[in-house]
Design a protein around this ligand. Structure first.
Ligand code: BTN
Length: 324
């Protein structure tokens, strides 16, 4: 995590936009010495910020790298608790692992672990989640919902709804949900959600909600084997997106939808999910523990299971891979 002085110094420089900020003013407003200012300027430059220093005029921010560090994120946050406590590192094996450790140590609801790059990103069913540097949103949120373990899968659906609504609004792209937790654009995956929990007897102790979004990932950063099934917001939208703005918007929507879920239960989420899903009415094959089942996806049950209309009747599908 960055030092508070450095964060405040960056905020001052950002506020000033293209104009110079004198060393004297920084020193007065942050109550620190000129030597300390210089030390922080050098650190910021190492992180990729280009700061012009001119005698008599002071400092001016010329270029800010695309980072998701707290000093870039916090000015945009409009949430009550989500993301208010944050752990950030440039590169980690997986934000899921760090969030689990933090949750075990007592991290509060809404605590966020976020990074620029994962070297061992985790997908569902032990798959690898490819997370190249500075181009995606790789984050894990700690939740402590007072619900039974059996209802926890509803949180994945809740998160899919919140992220889909935000991405549609912020990017204008036609984002749809493939059950249970893949977000697609033009049939290709742009986002995956991984919900992991720790239970105590039959209650949820905590949940780590992992969200991975290919934001500015370019085709050369997509592994060959993913080319036909994965894409990014930038590839589909033909422009890059500012990750801090997207993250702040997602956390805001997620917090609202989550609070709605805790107050009013799953039914409103179920309705929103059915609106956002791009697969209702389609014929799909679901791999279930009893073998493949083919039928029409007709909706969501109140438990969160996918309802599949087959020749033998309408079946709830709980956990599976599906092919559309
Ligand atoms: C999937 O579709 O298989 C789920 C992918 C989840 C990826 C995210 S990225 C942030 C968090 N950290 C991880 O290691 N995985 C999740």
């Amino acid at each position: 995590m960055g030092s508070p002085i450095r964060e405040r110094m960056l905020s001052l420089l950002l506020e000033r936009e293209d104009a110079f900020l004198s060393g004297e003013e920084i020193s007065r407003r942050l109550n620190c010495s000129r030597t300390a200012i210089w030390k922080h300027i050098k650190e910021l430059r190492k992180e990729g910020y280009q700061i012009e220093a001119r005698p008599k005029s002071g400092y001016r921010l010329v270029y800010r790298p695309d980072r998701v560090a707290p000093e870039e994120l916090k000015p945009h946050l409009r949430t009550r608790s989500f993301g208010r406590r944050m752990q950030y590192q440039e590169c980690v094996p997986s934000t899921q692992l760090l969030a689990h450790e933090w949750a075990k140590e007592g991290a509060e609801e809404g605590s966020l672990v976020i990074t620029e790059e994962q070297t061992d990103g985790k997908g569902r069913m032990n798959r690898i989640w490819h997370s190249p540097p500075h181009s995606g949103i790789w984050m894990s949120l700690v939740l402590r919902p007072p619900i039974p373990v059996t209802e926890a899968p509803q949180l994945t659906l809740m998160a899919s709804v919140a992220v889909t609504r935000t991405l549609r609004r912020e990017t204008g792209l036609d984002v749809t949900i493939k059950w249970p937790n893949d977000l697609l654009v033009g049939g290709k995956k742009i986002c995956g959600i991984l919900t992991e929990l720790r239970g105590e007897q039959d209650r949820v102790q905590y949940v780590v909600l992992g969200i991975g979004i290919n934001v500015n990932v370019t085709p050369d950063f997509l592994p060959k084997e993913l080319e036909s099934i994965a894409t990014s917001l930038a590839i589909e939208g033909g422009r890059t997106f500012q990750r801090p703005l997207l993250i702040a918007a997602i956390l805001k929507e997620l917090e609202e939808v989550y609070e709605g879920y805790l107050d009013h239960g799953f039914e409103p989420i179920r309705i929103l999910w059915e609106e956002a899903a791009g697969m209702l009415g389609r014929i799909i094959t679901a791999q279930t523990p009893e073998g493949p089942r083919r039928g029409e996806a007709v909706g969501l049950a109140s438990s969160g299971a996918l309802l599949l209309k087959t020749e033998e009747g309408t079946l709830p599908v709980y956990s599976s891979d599906i092919q559309i």
